[in-house]
Ligand binder design. Structure first.
Ligand code: AMP
Ligand code: GLY
Length: 419
């Protein structure tokens, strides 16, 4: 029987998920809230505020929604999945208690300590004076992280004690009650991301990727939500993936189960491959953006039954099939991103999608029938091809056919992989 799905979110990640869900033979109707013009090509957009849990539950009841797929972390940390589960509506995404793996760095660090999961040594502080004294005693380089969701901006990798101490001051500057910082040892090594689908018990490896966090070529400039990505990660060999599952992901799921807060959904492990082996940098409780774009471009299996099993049943025995071809996505951002950007600049007609190539919409909107930029990260030129070099060439060929003078992109996405 066809399954009607509601997808929550409006970014490039959600366009990629919607595009892939649409290809399913098991999908009935696809709704998205709030969605974007790209998502509107494959789904019906609904005006629902994901923060209004009662309204989302009412909509799902009215439309007999068989599965809700939550894209971003904010509604998960706010408990949208709990409200849906209490109402008996299947949902792909963790409970608020399980979403603490992303929502609270302190929570995750304590879990790592309890379960012996390799990660940077750390201390938590709720007081600036003590944090600064600890930093002075440890010396630099050292890492300071604000607790709580920070959209990728809460981390300072400080090369001096002064820089680290001033990051601590910034965290406490607001004067809010209950603020915490985590001060960590600085690890070194290449980084890679491992995505795992989880049903509360089992972790199913669901692709690897590497992203590009800095705004400009050569990894210069400020940190962003991600300027491009490729999959698979050459660093995540089958052996490395198995080791990360064994030493990091499975003990995490066990710890969550022991606390009575099992994790269902996608667990995205940001890893540093140090000389001593893989170590956890951080968890996210959702797909990466733009990593989802390259994963969906490579996934050959039907996504609907896989997400439904993760949401309501067991992933035992599921073996997702992936294209052997690598995929690359290049983010086109509005000039000024990650700082202030101008909204409403016009974008010309986008190149049509073809087999193995598509421009996903992220922050776009329609104004009087014209496509305009409506955010920082606006479009994701995404392509798959026989090798990384060809996938890069194909993704940039798409970029070059996009007519948007107010946008910019990095020109070196995936060059690390091409060698
Ligand atoms: P996060 O937001 O936690 O992913 O951190 C952003 C970036 O900061 C990571 O991708 C790493 O490059 C860097 N980072 C975070 N924690 C550490 C650490 N303990 N040692 C070195 N680099 C780190
Ligand atoms: N691209 C990084 C993230 O989604 O957190």
């Amino acid at each position: 029987m066809a399954l009607d799905i509601l997808l929550i979110g409006s970014g490039g990640r959600e366009h990629a998920l919607a595009w892939k869900l649409r290809q399913s033979s098991e999908l009935g109707r696809l709704f998205a809230a709030p969605g974007n013009p790209g998502i509107a090509e494959v789904a019906d957009l609904v005006e629902l505020d994901p923060a209004d849990h009662a309204a989302v539950v009412d909509f799902c009841r009215e439309k007999a929604i068989g599965l809700v797929v939550v894209g971003p972390e904010v509604p998960l940390v706010a408990g949208l999945a709990d409200a849906l589960r209490e109402a008996g509506i299947p949902v792909f995404g963790p409970s608020a208690a399980a979403a603490r793996l992303e929502g609270s760095k302190g929570f995750t660090k304590d879990l790592c300590a309890k379960k012996g999961i390799p990660t940077a040594r750390y201390r938590r502080f709720s007081d600036a004076v003590q944090a600064k004294a600890y930093i002075a005693a440890q010396g630099a380089p050292i890492v300071v992280k604000a607790d709580g969701l920070a959209a990728g901006k809460g981390v300072t990798v400080a090369s001096s004690v002064e820089e680290a101490q001033s990051a601590v001051d910034d965290c406490f500057a607001g004067g809010e009650v209950g603020v915490e910082v985590v001060v960590e040892e600085c690890m070194t090594g290449p980084e890679a991301s491992l995505f795992c689908l989880c049903d509360g018990d089992t972790a199913l490896a669901f692709g690897t990727a590497e992203d590009h966090k800095r705004a400009y070529d050569g990894d210069e400039g400020p940190n962003t939500g991600g300027m491009g990505a490729y999959s698979p990660s050459g660093l995540m060999t089958p052996e490395m993936t198995e080791r990360a599952l064994r030493e990091i992901v499975r003990p995490t799921l066990e710890g969550m189960r022991e606390m009575g807060t099992p994790f269902r959904g996608v667990l995205y492990a940001g890893l540093m491959l140090t000389a001593e082996g893989p170590k956890l940098i951080e968890y996210n409780v959702r797909f990466g953006d733009p990593e989802a774009q390259v994963l969906m471009m490579r996934l050959e299996s039907d996504l609907v039954p896989i997400l439904l099993k993760a949401a309501t049943g067991s992933l035992d025995g599921i073996e997702p099939r992936w294209s052997s071809e690598p995929a690359v996505t290049v983010v086109l951002a509005a000039k000024g991103y990650p700082g202030a950007v101008r909204k409403g600049t016009s974008i010309g007609a986008l190149p049509p999608s073809g087999d193995g190539e598509i421009v996903f919409h992220a922050g776009t909107a329609l104004k009087d029938g014209v496509l305009v930029a409506n955010g920082g990260r606006v479009l994701n030129a995404t392509a798959r091809d026989a090798d990384v070099g060809q996938a890069i060439a194909r993704a940039y060929a798409l970029v070059d056919r996009i007519d948007w003078p107010d946008g910019f992109c990095r020109r070196d996405i995936a060059h690390r992989a091409a060698g």
